[in-house]
Design a protein around this ligand. Structure first.
Ligand SMILES: Cc1cc2nc3c(=O)[nH]c(=O)nc-3n(C[C@H](O)[C@H](O)[C@H](O)COP(=O)(O)O)c2cc1C
Length: 577
């Protein structure tokens, strides 16, 4: 294998070398920080790696972005008659790369673009005149001849929804695009001293992949099917050494992320990439302070995915551009899910890029405030593209959010805003009593019923007994006779099971169809998403005011999750639930 350095001075250049049979790398290099995004902040330069396979058919993988368009095409012409180029394979597309494609497609008239479906859709919108030259990858392989049978695997993540990796069975090279890279510029082409790259590789992972660790784990499994001997990433040295170790490291780093004590859901949309850059910087501040970040690109995520993360996270941050005076529909949908699902004790944050009026951030912030969410940092509003200084501030905001989250978790202070003058002082005082949020399930003949209550407490040790205050409209008739059986399902904070129940007897739609249940020994339903449950038998009752005060003995009980916290009901007034 030969290595040719075309330029030795420290200007931008293109390094060309053969890296396998019929396979050449063209590394567009800069020794300066290429962009101001956090991932480049170690200031070690970077390389944009493009690969050329010249078999019976000729394929070019990942031409660089606009920073290199001119020098790259000049160098490429030295190694290839562009009239003979058959395929341009894209690991992802972005506006920078589109600039190079715009220059390349007219001078490579036979070339077809091969990319993932989201990339194809974006390119067809950008280049309608070239629609017939844009081809979505299929499951089968692409045969370039002479053993170069290319196989593709889509690798979507929140940041690169259109991700694609390519494997060449002739060379055992896996073209990994955004995976296994590093932002570092050197003359050395390969990872000859892998240990010396540890810090750069880890930093690259932390910036780009830690906030999407969940999806990265799935991708690592997907690409494991290829017997790769080389990883050819989009940036930095080509990986020839200790591939399994490097893959193991990626898995470990993902695992470390997920095992952090607190998780923040970072939900955003970004039509032109500016809000996404802010998201990256905020994520960095959170991760550096020991918080797991789960990024959700709202333009791609399913409602179920958003609901899951919103229910399980400890804090949530939402980022939105302003388009036409509004937040995009996907953000409004995500906000709706948050407001109807997420516990009000969760810490919240808002950020976004705008051009002139910036309504989106105000709108989201006001909704959070109206719903009594506490904000973990002052909302971030940035005109168009952020500067390095602004990105530093975003990182600091992420760090502040992490600190506030930890304190909030420690103190577990409820958000109680008591300002309404119409609430009497006595009622306010009574309202300070808090209760565990529970669903009481009963059996009425053949029908299961459930009612929400927080008016419950332990009443005796021996036998273990509880006390419930219950009104007639809350199925009191089913649990107010001696010997009546019921299950007390004690709900978990952050898991919004309560939305399926009301404080009145089950009416209309059956709430249990939406939930996972099992039947207790006493015949009543157990909600398996609860934190714990108690099977109870009524022993005593007395009418107090408008309620029945029920004393019941606990016959049996189980804790489903040792780690979870009990959902607690905080009220503004003692005059209503
Ligand atoms: C079609 C369109 C409509 C826009 N409408 C607004 C607007 O009403 N108010 C505003 O402040 N900025 C507006 N902008 C500017 C964007 O908010 C700004 O470009 C922002 O950086 C986009 O963020 P993003 O890159 O995360 O998508 C608009 C931009 C476009 C392209």
């Amino acid at each position: 294998m030969s290595t040719t350095t075309t330029t030795t001075n420290r200007k931008r250049d293109v390094q060309v070398a053969e890296i396998g049979k019929d396979t050449t790398v063209l590394r567009s290099r800069t020794w300066e920080r290429l962009k101001f995004e956090v991932e480049y902040s170690r200031q070690k330069g970077t390389t944009a790696n493009s690969y050329l396979i010249q078999a019976d058919k000729k394929a070019l993988i990942d031409p660089p972005g606009e920073s290199f368009t001119e020098i790259y095409l000049q160098e490429l012409r030295q190694h290839l008659d562009l009239n003979t180029l058959d395929y341009i394979i894209l690991g992802h597309v972005n506006p920078n790369r589109r600039t190079t494609l715009e220059a390349l497609l007219p001078i490579a008239p036979q070339a077809t673009i091969i990319c993932s479906r989201p990339a194809a859709n974006a390119l067809k919108t950008a280049f309608p005149e070239w629609e017939s030259r844009i081809q979505t990858v299929r499951e089968d392989s692409l045969d370039l001849g002479q053993g170069h049978e290319l196989k593709f695997v889509t690798v979507p993540t929140p940041r690169w929804a259109d991700g694609l990796c390519t494997y060449d069975s002739a060379t055992n090279i896996l073209y990994t695009d955004k995976f296994f890279g590093a932002h570092i510029c050197e003359d050395t082409l390969f990872d000859e001293d892998p240990k010396s790259l540890d810090a750069e590789r880890r930093y690259y992972f932390d910036c780009l992949h830690a906030p999407q660790a969940k999806q990265v784990e799935v991708i690592l499994d997907k690409i494991a099917v290829f017997p790769a001997k080389t990883y050819a990433p989009g940036h930095g040295p080509i990986v020839n050494n200790r591939l399994s170790r490097f893959t193991y490291d990626y898995n470990q780093w993902c695992e470390n992320q997920k095992s952090q004590e607190s998780t923040v859901a970072l939900l955003y949309a970004s039509a032109y990439g500016n809000t996404a850059i802010l998201a990256g910087a905020i994520a960095q501040g959170l991760i550096e302070n020991g918080v797991n970040v789960e990024s959700i690109n709202c333009e791609l995520a399913e409602t179920d995915e958003i609901t899951r993360i919103v229910e399980t996270c400890d804090g949530l941050i939402i980022g939105s551009p302003t388009l036409g005076g509004h937040a995009p529909t996907q953000i409004q949908t995500a906000l709706g899910i948050i407001l109807s699902t997420a516990a009000k004790t969760k810490l919240a944050g808002v950020f976004g890029s705008y051009g002139w009026s910036g309504e989106a951030v105000d709108l989201i912030e006001n909704k959070f405030k109206d719903a009594n969410y506490r904000l973990g940092f002052e909302s971030i509003r940035v005109r168009f593209t952020p500067t390095p200084q602004i990105l530093k501030e975003c990182q600091e905001s992420g760090a502040l959010f992490a600190q506030n989250l930890k304190e909030a978790k420690k103190l577990r202070t409820p958000t109680q805003v008591i300002t309404e003058t119409h609430i009497g002082r006595t009622e306010q005082a009574v309202g300070r009593i808090v209760g565990s949020l529970c669903v009481v399930t009963t059996r009425d003949g053949e029908t299961d019923k459930g009612v929400l209550t927080s008016w419950v407490s332990q009443a005796s040790f021996n036998p273990p007994g509880i006390m419930i205050a219950i009104a007639d409209e809350q199925n009191a008739d089913l649990i107010s006779n001696l010997g009546d059986k019921f299950v007390l399902n004690i709900l978990k904070e952050g898991r919004n099971v309560r939305r399926y129940f009301s404080r009145h007897s089950t009416l209309g739609d059956n709430p249990f169809v939406n939930l996972s249940t099992k039947t207790a020994d006493n015949g009543c339903l157990v909600l398996t998403e609860a934190l714990s449950y108690l099977e109870c038998t009524v022993q005593n009752r007395t009418k107090c005011g408008e309620r029945w005060l029920i004393y019941a003995v606990v016959d049996n009980g189980e804790v489903f999750e040792n780690e979870g916290l009990t959902a607690v009901e905080h009220r503004k007034s003692g005059s209503y639930c």
